[in-house]
Design a protein around this ligand. Structure first.
Ligand SMILES: Nc1nc2c(ncn2[C@@H]2O[C@H](COP(=O)(O)OP(=O)(O)OP(=O)(O)O)[C@@H](O)[C@H]2O)c(=O)[nH]1
Length: 406
């Protein structure tokens, strides 16, 4: 898709149409406008895919052995035992469950990659842990809503995995292992776009509860080819880490995603971490061997950090239906005026005259949206929106949103 200017974006917003209202609304704009909110263009993989969280084919009949921290770490570095060795106890194979951390800045394509992983045929049964920054979980509903085993998605919404909910991560993993041992082969953890991966990586080594059963397979970092520079170059106040830089620094695999949005000349290479392998793609479409089964993770850095206090999230949860014209105008204006500061917007919207939920995604000035599943017969039509960015004014956003309700 060609990069859209802000002006084009403002006009294309108004192509936010339901199948039935399309004719009625499109008259206002020339056909040159690229419809972002339409069935054709805006098909976020995360919405359309049909992920199955627990893959059936492989049955792991081996019971997971309990390791002590010492024997497990020895298995990675000890030389092979010989028959005439004095050691009578052989070091057992490392049967711990591998875990992959998917990280990357807001909107870089983590959920899209997750859905790609979940829908490809790799024979692995995968348990998913999703962490969202805003208290309303949109990603979880998008992945879970189409899946058979929704109970195998664990959501951590009340904070960022790298700080406030680290204890929850430990509990979640222990619970998964204790209750579902043998029912899954791999854990994939999607962090928030604002997570510093260092403390999460550390959890795998520092917490015996996890270390005995689960090993870190690798850290996969998505980089948004279009907006990465904006965040990588951002000068942060003293003592505040630049999460975008940290995410790349700790990666085992880097995926420069969204290459369709930039020209070849803009595709500079990411030089922060020359140790990691790097690939370029669209919509997270990578070979699964590139992201699963990477092997032992070797980072042992210990970094304290503070999130950028200027970045916050505003969530809106409100029952009712939106007037299409008003919503388009409100979001279009917001986009024109604030797209630098609004890193991320996402939402599940109830639009008057539309029988489907409308799923809407924004990353700075790039937007996509499409009708999702039908609203249930007795389902309350609740709108959910999350904004993440700098200098967000909750009251103003809520007021703007409410003014669009019928
Ligand atoms: N043009 C384009 N859009 C993409 C690509 N990959 C993902 N997207 C879109 O970018 C938006 C954000 O993608 P997500 O996968 O939700 O990003 P994320 O990193 O999970 O977002 P957060 O969890 O909010 O940080 C969605 O609308 C995707 O459909 C790509 O390669 N090209």
């Amino acid at each position: 898709m060609a990069t859209l200017s802000k002006l084009e974006m403002a006009t294309t917003f108004l192509a936010f149409t339901s199948p039935r209202s399309a004719t009625a609304l499109n008259y206002r704009f020339s056909s040159a406008a690229v419809p972002i909110f339409s069935r054709r263009i805006a098909k976020p993989v995360s919405v359309r895919a049909k992920p199955s969280l627990l893959y059936p084919p492989v049955v792991n009949s081996k019971r997971l052995r309990k390791f002590s921290s010492v024997s497990a770490s020895a298995s990675a570095s000890a030389p092979p035992q010989t028959d005439d060795s004095d050691v009578t106890t052989k070091i057992p194979p490392d049967n711990r469950i591998p875990a992959t951390i998917i990280t990357g800045f807001l909107g870089s394509g983590k959920t899209t990659l997750l859905n790609h992983i979940l829908t490809r045929d790799h024979g692995k049964r995968i348990a998913v842990i999703e962490n969202e920054f805003g208290e309303v979980d949109i990603d979880g509903s998008l992945v879970a809503s189409k899946s058979v085993g929704a109970e195998d998605i664990v959501m951590l919404n009340n904070g960022c995995l790298c700080c406030t909910v680290r204890g929850d991560l430990v509990r979640m993993i222990s619970e998964l292992v204790n209750k579902k041992k043998g029912k899954f082969d791999h854990i994939v953890i999607e962090t928030t776009g604002l997570a510093n991966p260092a403390p999460i990586i550390q959890t795998f080594y520092a917490e015996e509860e996890i270390f005995n059963d689960v090993k870190l397979d690798g850290v996969v970092t998505l980089v948004d080819a279009k907006h990465a520079r904006l965040h990588l170059d951002e000068v942060k106040p003293k003592g505040v880490v630049n999460e975008a830089v940290e995410q790349i620094a700790y990666a085992d695999r880097i995926i420069v995603n969204k290459t369709d949005l930039v020209g070849e000349s803009e595709l500079g290479s990411v030089t922060i971490n020359s140790m990691a392998q790097m690939t370029r793609t669209n919509y997270g479409n990578v070979d699964l061997d590139y992201v699963l089964g990477i092997g032992e993770h070797n980072h042992s850095h210990d970094h304290d950090h503070t999130h950028d206090p200027g970045v916050s999230s505003v969530s809106i949860v409100c029952e009712g239906s939106l007037d299409l014209d008003k919503a388009n105008m409100w979001l279009g204006t917001l986009l024109m005026e604030r797209s630098e500061d609004i890193y991320r917007m996402k939402g599940l919207l109830s639009v008057h005259t539309m029988e489907e939920r409308f799923v809407f995604q924004g990353v700075h000035d790039i937007f996509q949206g499409s009708p999702d599943r039908l609203w249930g017969k007795d389902e309350a039509r609740v709108n959910k929106m999350v904004f993440i960015g700098k200098n967000l004014n909750r009251e103003e956003l809520e007021k703007g949103f409410k003014a669009c309700l019928i």
